[in-house]
Design a protein around this ligand. Structure first.
Ligand SMILES: Cc1ncc(COP(=O)(O)O)c(C=O)c1O
Length: 363
């Protein structure tokens, strides 16, 4: 049987297997309070990112929902890119905010700081950059903007576990930074997410997040508790956390492997536009721009290479359906293709991907 080269593939071994077995046999599978492996994962991730606090949740979407809920964004504007997974925008709607979509930079496909500056109004409360594909956004520019206008920065770091910006891990910069540990991500769990905190009110925010991730329960003493505010069922379970602990231990190693593949793609893939090479990027995604996307994807599929599209612009989705034009986003998203990039690729796989991409891709 011919091997199928998968677009995403978690990097796992017996360590994850043993960790799951341990949880299974402990009969302690989850807790609303977040104990055992969940606390351990939070502590390890805090140390890894050098952030002030970390609160684990059960998805990246939940992380964004709760992080935005820390700041009162009701009827306020939140600036974000349209080239992202829909959760980035949905999280604003969940909190009663107004998404303001701006364009991305052609080189990195990360949100364009100049476009952000032009979009700021008296009603802007938050800038929500996405580290697209794992490429760090221009956080220095956003910090300047945030100080000048007293605006918060909440980062969508769903692709950026282990990404660095100016020699510091993503997770240690913005007021709140939201990670996803969906199975396709470079730190994979069955489902998971996390919010790291760096701004002011850290202890207060941590308590609020811990309460909101468990249906608003606070003030718990023994079996007694109270609920002062609404919350959700967003806590991380013990299996996910146990897998996450093992994944975190190998994250730098697996990102190094991703970078070495990205370096080869950068050098050997001959398309005119592709994600730039930098040692800072996690390379959760490796994107290229092709003019014959349908044909290219079909031919790759026929040759057992899975490819993907990340993403269709959110502002054009039926739910949002905004009449604005975001030139770079719209033009790029029609031609974007993601190629497989993960530590399970063999040298032979990588050579095959490069060869067939060069054969089938049209500029
Ligand atoms: C950019 C971005 N934001 C948010 C999310 C949401 O994460 P999750 O799928 O863990 O809810 C994802 C994941 O798919 C994503 O890619």
């Amino acid at each position: 049987m011919i091997k199928k080269i998968k677009l995403f593939d978690p990097f796992v071994d017996h360590k994850e297997e043993n960790a799951i077995k341990k949880v299974l046999h402990s009969h302690f599978w989850a807790s609303g309070t977040g104990e055992r492996n969940v606390i351990k994962f939070e502590e390890l991730f805090k140390k890894y990112t050098n952030s002030k606090e970390c609160v684990a949740v059960n998805s990246g979407t939940a992380a964004l929902h709760l992080a935005l809920s820390l700041f009162n964004i009701k009827n306020k504007e939140v600036i974000l890119p349209s080239l992202s997974f829909v959760s980035t925008a949905h999280a604003i709607i969940y909190n009663g905010g107004i998404p303001v979509f701006v364009d991305v930079e052609p080189k990195t496909l990360c949100i364009d700081p100049e476009k952000v500056k032009n979009a700021i109004t008296k009603n802007t409360e938050v800038i929500l950059p996405v580290h697209f594909a794992g490429m760090p956004c221009n956080l220095d520019e956003f910090t300047k903007i945030s100080k000048k206008h007293n605006i918060k920065i909440i980062e969508d770091a769903a692709h950026a576990s282990g990404t660095t910006y100016k020699n510091r891990k993503i997770g240690s910069h913005g007021d709140a930074v939201c990670f996803s540990f969906h199975p396709v991500k470079n730190l994979a769990m069955p489902s998971g997410g996390l919010i790291s905190l760096n701004g002011t009110n850290i202890t207060k925010f941590k308590d609020i997040l811990k309460s909101k991730r468990w249906v608003g329960i606070s003030n718990r003493k023994g079996s007694k508790y109270d609920v002062a505010d609404i919350g959700w069922n967003y806590y991380m379970n013990e299996f996910s956390a146990a897998i996450g602990i093992e994944q975190l231990k190998k994250l730098d190693r697996s990102n190094t492997k991703r970078r070495s593949i990205a370096k080869r793609y950068s050098k050997d893939i001959k398309v005119l536009r592709k994600i730039p090479f930098t040692k800072d990027c996690s390379y959760h995604i490796y994107w290229i721009i092709v003019s014959n996307r349908n044909e290219f994807m079909r031919k790759m599929e026929e040759n057992n290479i899975e490819t993907g599209i990340h993403y269709f612009p959110i502002h054009k989705m039926k739910l949002y359906n905004l009449k604005l034009t975001l030139k770079v986003t719209e033009e790029s998203s029609e031609k974007l293709v993601s190629l497989p990039i993960h530590p399970n690729l063999t040298d032979k796989d990588i050579k095959k991907i490069i060869k067939l991409t060069n054969q089938f891709a049209k500029n």
